[in-house]
Design a binder for this molecule. Sequence first.
Ligand code: AMP
Length: 286
Amino acid sequence: MKTLLLNNISDTKKNIKEWKKNGQTIGLVPTMGALHAGHASLIKKAKETCDKVVVSVFVNPIQFGPNEDYDKYPRTIEKDLKICEELGVNIVFAPSPNEMYGNGVKLSDTELTFVCPPYNLIDCMCGKSRPGHFDGVATVVLKLFNIVQPDFAFFGQKDAQQLFILKRMVHDLNLDLTIVPCPIVREKDGLALSSRNTYLSDEERKTALTISKSLNQIKILYNQGIKDTKKLFDAAISILDKSLELEYLEFRNADTFEDVQEINGTTLVAIAAKCGKTRLIDNEII
Ligand code: AMP
């Protein structure tokens, strides 16, 4: 089966309309491309769940801040297409920013309709250092949902805050689809796979590894009975390489996203740190 590479919205909708007419279920895997085994795990899950699978590849300008890596974000569409072909994806939807947002959209465009996620979900973790980021994410994902009309959409637990916000969007806006969360895929040594790992030098990669190690240490101590997040925080900091610039290490109730002092239920432990110029995120559920 040949994977169709489509760049325009109307051709994509046309194909999908045909599938819908035949009663086939549709799975969407939204990505920014530079596909790796983490993305592949989402695609495989989509293939198991749905009759037809659409992978979107779009580096979304409106979710990047002015000093972020929009321009240098890796773009590897030919390689991505090959991976999608091997995995049996039906359509790779790879629109240009122009196709998605119309002529002349700029990163700071104020003439666009945005989705604003609830303040309590964006006033923490990645939302703090990336103002407007989740508005941009929610907006593009809603657009993709409207274009592809999926029955199921697949997202990685790697972006835990994004996943939480998108689930809320689906609930709050009464969207008729199911979000399927997928576990974090890691390298053998524990480093969470990320398209941004390609920015890391060998030396930086070694220091980046202490991010997953520190989360692992929290898990070990928690399993030994330590529930005070201050103690767990300190233990994690002692493992993090000193050259990393910690942005946050937060403990959040996995169901409500509230800040946790003393762990007494399923808890998201989430971290963001800069390794050289590369911003990395990771998390564990304990
Ligand atoms: P991105 O291309 O980074 O926007 O990611 C697209 C989707 O892949 C998102 O739902 C991510 O959470 C997911 N993803 C990225 N890295 C991983 C990983 N290491 N394991 C599982 N899912 C991932």
